[in-house]
Design a protein around this ligand. Sequence first.
Ligand SMILES: C[S@@+](CC[C@H](N)C(=O)[O-])C[C@H]1O[C@@H](n2cnc3c(N)ncnc32)[C@H](O)[C@@H]1O
Length: 250
Amino acid sequence: MATIRFGDALRAGAEFSPRPRLPPEPWEKMWSRGLRPGDAFDVGGVSGALASYLKRTPRPPANSTALVPGCGRAYDALALARHGFDRVVAVDIAPTAVRAAQAFLEIHADGYDEGGPYYVQIEGTRFTKIEVYEVDFFEGREQFNFIWDCTFLCALDPALREAWARKQRDMLAEGGTLLTCVFPICEKVGGPPYALSVPLVTELLQPLGLEAVETRTCVGADRHLPGGAGGLGEGAGPGTALVAWKRKAA
Ligand SMILES: C[S@@+](CC[C@H](N)C(=O)[O-])C[C@H]1O[C@@H](n2cnc3c(N)ncnc32)[C@H](O)[C@@H]1O
């Protein structure tokens, strides 16, 4: 796998948490078996939880950047670029996921260079762009104004959770927002996906100086509803909560 530091905008002199040693990744196996849109964790479109958040949130200021770790088919990266993030970086460790994201964006973005970036027309002559990288999230050494964590934490081995939290904190620019989709909220042993809860995510992020500035239980179409959600819990499926985090002022 190429060592890409999520593009070239490295922040000189910044301290970043070291990369943990990952166990062998099962993800490429899953993707290369031929995961179709709407299968298993794939929603088949933008997450309802993200769509509802963007609907009630104003466009970000010019030159804002966003990161989507474990982007899968990059539906959410496209929604963030359409919302007005000037540069959206979508990363996935599985080569087949990256190819699926590229194929999706070739169809649904408004233009692209071969292999990316992918461009989205916002208004008039204003374009935002999406970059897709095959890279391990833990290699990231940039900072972003917005990070969308959607079924990424729940996909990681629990042994990686503290490293996940440190890396999220390190990659969040001053004044930026980490938006976590806390899913699946259910009674479930093992994974992936591993069951999550708002207190569990709070225990990871709060000691690192991140503060929850908005917590919302998602209902109806605002929930995260992947194709395989029915297999994760009882009745209406697992719960979803959105929590927006900011670094506490020093
Ligand atoms: C449960 S899927 C979610 C995909 C996408 N967020 C969605 O909602 O469709 C988790 C994704 O994270 C990717 N992934 C797992 N570990 C990763 C890592 N260390 N760095 C980057 N991507 C990773 C997997 O390949 C997989 O595509």
